[in-house]
Design a protein around this ligand. Structure first.
Ligand code: CMC
Length: 372
């Protein structure tokens, strides 16, 4: 076997520069273009954060108006994209639906290869993904799609298209916070996938489609869905502590991974969790579901005390989306809607200063041999 060091999972290996975000495990902080994500979540709309990620600066009032005037009319799906969504089986996973829809959107763009136009393509994807997720939500329930609005902001319109009612301010606000926290996280697996695809000078839709595939896995974005599966296994309602103990004894004895806990970079807690937890608690109070908080805290306390592994963003995000009325399988597509901003910012950055991403491997198969 060759004697070369390998970096399994690229753990701890910096592979390029980025000016988009900074994840700092030592100070437990996350900056988008220099701004702490908590500050953005406290006061900015998701549109402003998307603009920041793409352009490097927050928009002025007139820039934001122009951005909204440009992107709101793009919210409506092309009938061919709508038809493609409707043609998929009703039991297809919503992540497969959103992945397919992005592929179809790309196939309709005659200028898909025009890499210099990637920002306007990114804006269109940002505008359209909520319509895909919402249409899919409604068709499964036998409901007609709801036309996107032109007067609601992104977070409000997403909820409007999904549930067919203008959302209460508290709900729209918790949703906005979750989208901002999910928007960007440096070279995570899905962003890296997108950058690898972009590095071949493939088109932005292919890169985003690949990123969606990477996000689907339960070790990455699929964890928000997996958290709810765990909560359902343990069971809602009063008296969570005892049920959690029994469930966790069994899960750890069978070496199960506890989804929503742990992180490749953050080892002493995910900097986004306190903000998302606050948003979750507001929803728990709003919907009068103290049992959800009891379960959330019981599992966190028990698992952290046994393993010293802390919750990541998916842990409070999953229950929050559940309380809002989203189906469990729709949680990761919401993550797609948010992260498409970060992905496309990275795809643009990759193309602007490109090097084909092509690492080496160390061969450990059979030694050279011959057929004759
Ligand atoms: N449950 C049980 N054990 C865990 C967990 C967990 N959630 N996370 C880490 N460990 C253990 C792991 O079994 C291993 O133990 P040992 O050394 O005895 O084999 C040790 O901790 C190191 O884990 P690792 O998987 O090698 O560490 P990593 O840095 O590669 O893993 C991770 C990071 C996110 C893949 C892992 O923590 C995990 O699988 N968590 C559950 C899935 C999850 O919540 N993913 C979301 C990640 S963050 C947000 C996002 O991207 O969506």
């Amino acid at each position: 076997m060759e004697e070369k060091e390998i970096y399994k999972g690229l753990a701890g290996v910096p592979i390029d520069y980025t000016a988009i975000s900074k994840v700092n495990a030592e100070t437990n902080s996350l900056l988008y273009r220099g701004y702490p994500v908590q500050e953005l979540a406290a006061s900015k709309t998701f549109e402003e954060v998307a603009y920041l990620l793409w352009n490097g600066e927050l928009p002025s009032e007139s820039e934001l108006t122009a951005f909204n005037e440009r992107t709101r009319p793009l919210r409506k799906l092309d009938p061919r994209v709508a038809a493609a969504v409707d043609a998929l089986p009703l039991d297809a996973h919503p992540m497969d639906v959103v992945r397919t829809a992005v592929s179809v959107i790309g196939s309709l763009d005659k200028d898909a290869w025009t890499l210099t136009e990637n920002l306007s393509k990114a804006e269109a994807l940002f505008a359209q993904i909520p319509a895909v997720v919402a249409r899919d939500h409604r068709r499964r329930k036998g409901l007609e799609p709801v036309e996107p609005s032109s007067h609601l902001n992104y977070a409000e319109d997403f909820l409007w298209q999904t549930f067919g009612e203008e959302p209460e301010a508290a709900v729209a606000d918790a949703f906005r916070v979750s989208l901002i926290l999910y928007a960007e996280h440096s070279f995570n697996a899905s962003t890296f996938t997108g950058r690898v695809i972009a590095s071949t000078l493939s088109d932005i839709y292919s890169a985003v489609t690949g990123a969606i595939g990477a996000l689907k896995g339960p070790l990455h974005g699929g964890a928000n869905e997996a958290v709810l599966h765990i909560f359902n296994e343990i069971g809602f309602g009063p008296g969570a502590k005892e049920r959690v103990k029994v469930w966790l004894d069994n899960a750890l004895a069978t070496k199960r991974k506890i989804m929503g806990f742990g992180h490749r970079v953050y080892k002493s807690g995910d900097s986004r969790v306190p903000t998302m937890r606050d948003a979750m608690v507001k929803m728990i109070e709003h919907y009068g579901r103290a049992d959800v908080l009891e379960l959330y805290e019981a599992l966190e306390e028990d698992f952290v005390s046994r393993k010293g592994i802390y919750p990541n963003l998916d842990y409070p995000a999953g229950p929050t989306y559940h309380l809002m009325g989203f189906e469990t399988e729709e949680f990761t597509p919401i993550f797609v809607a948010a992260r498409v901003t970060g992905w496309t910012a990275h795809i643009i950055e990759q193309v602007e200063n490109n090097a084909l991403i092509r690492p080496l491997s160390v061969y450990n198969g059979v030694p050279e041999r011959h057929v004759l």
